[in-house]
Design a protein. Sequence first.
Lengths: 326, 306, 301
Amino acid sequence: MSLLNVEKLSTSFHTRNGVVRAVRDVSFQLERGETLGIVGESGSGKSVTCYSIMGLIPQPPGRIEGGRAMFDGVDLLACSHGKLNSIRGRRISMIFQDAMTSLNPFLRIGEQLIEPLLIHEKINRNDAIARALHMLNAAGIPEAETRMNMYPHEFSGGMRQRVMIAMALITKPDLLIADEPTTALDVTVQAQILELIQKMQRELGMAVILVSHDLGVVSGFCDRVMVMYAGQVMESARTDDLFYDTKHPYTRALRQSIPALQMKGQELHTIPGQPPDMLCPPPGCPFAPRCERAVDYCAREEIRLLEVAPNHATACLRVQKEKLAV
Amino acid sequence: MIRFIIRRLLETVPVLFIIATATFFMMHAAPGGPFSSEKQAPPEVQARINAFYGLDKPLFQQYLRQMKHLLTGDLGPSFKYAGRTVNEIIGDSFPVSAELGCEGLFVALLFGLVAGMVAALKQNTFWDHLPMSLAMVGLCVPTFVLGPLLVLVFAIHLDWFNAAGWFFPRDRILPALTLGAVYAAYIARLCRGGFLEVLHQDYIRTARAKGASDARILFKHSLRGGILPVVSYLGPTIAGVLTGSFVVETIFGIPGFGRFFVIAAFNRDYFMVMGSVLFYAVLVIFLNLAADIVLVWLNPRLRFEE
Amino acid sequence: MSESISITTTQPAQTAASPSFWQDARHRLWKNKLAVFGLVVVCVLGALSLASYLWPNLTGYTYARQDLTLGPAPPSHAHWLGTDALGRDLLARLLYGGGISLTVGLYATGVSLIIGVIYGAISGFAGGKVDSVMMRIVDILYALPFVIFVILIMVFFGQSLVLMFIAIGAVEWLTMARIVRGQVMAVKRQEFVEAAHALGLSEARIIFQHIVPNLLGPIIVYATLTMPEVILLESFLSFLGLGVQPPQSSWGVLIKEGADVMQEYPWLLIYPAAAMALTLFSLNFLGDGLRDALDVRGSKD
């Protein structure tokens, strides 16, 4: 049985200008120890998907409109608050993009580090502190003892992110959700942080969901990749398959936009147009207005994710019709 | 931290000096003072003034003498209460005001903080609108209306309390409520604002992701940040509360420092006025310093901003 | 499979024209019912007071006309809100007093506005040491109880209305100075100012076309929120006998007179107190609504 099984998750935000349907019918599965990358532009719904699973969507104005998120037999979207709290931080941990704002500026690092232990395990303070020191070392933070008594603003950006990782992994969770953990960091530090996550993942044998807008970041790290656009899943496949046998025009366009793959001196490839207005999304495939391979039914028929090859699903209507004679 | 305190203390010296000088010259410039020919004080008082002031000497020398007196803490004799010095009057009346002030502050903090926290937690529901509406009332009804109203209802109609006086412990209740009401209103609004701001921060989201209970989030993560605006506000206002608000003391007939100040101002009891102003200024400055120290202690980021 | 990259031009999605900042603010304000209520009340009261000033006989009685035979009387058909100890019509006094209180409010707020904006703008523009010193002065002054000085001034130097405007205004300018300085500094640092410089716009043009409009928002909000404080301060002074003098009747005077005879003639306290409370409510709601609409964040609330 999968570790995490998300079925038809839908989340909306009821704002004063209307209802924003941020996530629409998103489904995916995650096995133990597997790494999944969720890729998409800003506003694609990738972060909201993860927040929904973790119960971090403020309701109001947000609302989970439907779906299930089965984690080890428990539906995270429907269980009691107490049950959710017993899972969060212990079996599923999350790290966020901006470590500066995600750490409490009024509390010392040590205090924040031992907190998950104090909440979830019957452990005394001294033992918790010892484990926290151990985690700091494992996360590559020197002088751990002195650092425990410092405040977040006394750390550099990369260090703070390491602290966040240590804090998330101190309870040895089954699943780590990393929401754009490297976006706010320098390129050199980015690589270090990703390496750290990878190392911890192997040591603990845990599953990881890595959310990013950068297809390149995800490709070096994840077993599988899921591409989202306008709140829906466009394509989901093993990483190699996604790159070498792309089955969705959006994924292809994303791939081609990665600067590293361009020849020097050529024009950068961009995707013309804008993402759709999420207040009133157009009918049919949300990518149709910008898609170079769109045909007449693309803007009419509702899309859904279908498996067109072993372990490779796409929402592109044309590909589906070709491969499946649907 | 020590440097911070020393620097602040050093700043107060010129400020006090300016206040003393300003008050001195204001007294001399004002019409109808003991230094003008209009008002004739009784002979004993006049003699005492002359001795204290050396009225026959040139203005500048008078000023120096006055400064010298102040430095030694001698605030001079009172006009109105013959035979008593200003130091004595302040010494007798201030503890009364201080007690009233502390009680008022207690009322204000109790109601204000609780109301603010509840309102923030239950944002946009009935439990938010109710405390905030009450707070609005507290802001818009002046103390000198609330006081008499409370007296009318509780002391006269219901006869639960005395209408005035400061003899029994029960006498403290109505004045404390009257005094505290306005401050409770401000504190409630500030507290709500502070907590709302904190509750929307990313680090609260992190705490939730760690599985922290609501109580833990409230007390361990939000409290320090949420109270900040209240502490900032308290600094300057503590002084006002502690000197017992002239109005409350007047309405309830409480022999406090504020009431004596008002009486002195009306009666042109100049030494009393000047002494009061300086005493008040010193008090305020030190209370502010205390509040700032608490502020820095609460917010570690401030310790590094110099 | 290689495909030729032919870019089909498609129609961009129709988006509604996005409103300007002021339009958006006006829209938000309009939706805030409490704020609209506040605005309406203030306008009505202002109009009534102005009317009573222009036509002193509006209610059939002037504010000073005594009717000693009648004495204090509860509300009746002839006198809608009753009369006071000297037989003066309370409604007339209330309206007239409202005009005075509102006038004091406006002028004193104006004084504090002028001082505060100039001080804050200079401090914000100058930056550096000048700014540090100026703000330090504000911090120190903020801690001192100005009320004491106002009392002293009013006691020692007599009770003219003008003096009161200035004295009260001098108490309230500190907050305005802080807000303005904060806003100026925030705007100065914004990228569009750099962009304007890069485009070669003159200093003056940058100031007037870009920085000043950004100041208007907070200034309006805090001016509206200062008015109730000023009105309260004035009534407080009147209560102590230091403000407006009888037979002129600001609300503070009326409340004082009412409080003195509260037991026997409660209407003399209730109506002025209610009027003042209503006005303060309205101004506060309006100010809060403006602040939400213009999305201003200040150092106070």
